[in-house]
Ligand binder design. Structure first.
Ligand code: MG
Ligand code: ZN
Length: 110
């Protein structure tokens, strides 16, 4: 796929949107249930909802995706902190994590 070379590039110029698409491909490959809200302005509820919710027989994972230099907002931090305290698996993924980390963490909830 387009981003296949990204692993050795360790995320160089990959944007958050490109990362999102690649993660979606990995999710389908893993056979997981997942959801992403591409038009979050239409969503209701407190701000900062994670970019991705993935569900498999092994568990539920929520992930915030960022480009190489993107920073999480306070609202996103609150969702992640609460998810962790609730025993979920909040993740912050960046393009560099296409080096196998994301695939491994998806495998863990298959
Ligand atoms: Mg994001
Ligand atoms: Zn939504």
């Amino acid at each position: 796929m387009v981003l296949a070379g990204v692993a050795q590039a360790v995320g160089g110029d990959v944007t958050e949107a490109e990362l999102q698409r690649e993660v979606e491909r990995l999710l389908d490959e893993a056979g997981l249930l997942w959801h992403h809200c591409p038009r979050a302005y239409r969503c209701r509820g407190p701000a900062g909802f994670p970019d991705l919710l993935a569900l498999g027989l092994g568990g539920l994972l929520v992930a915030e995706l960022k480009g190489p230099d993107g920073e999480t907002s306070a609202a996103q931090d609150l969702w992640h902190w609460t998810a962790a305290r609730a025993g979920l698996r909040p993740r912050l993924w960046r393009p560099a994590d296409l080096n196998g980390r994301i695939a491994t963490e998806l495998d863990a909830i298959k």
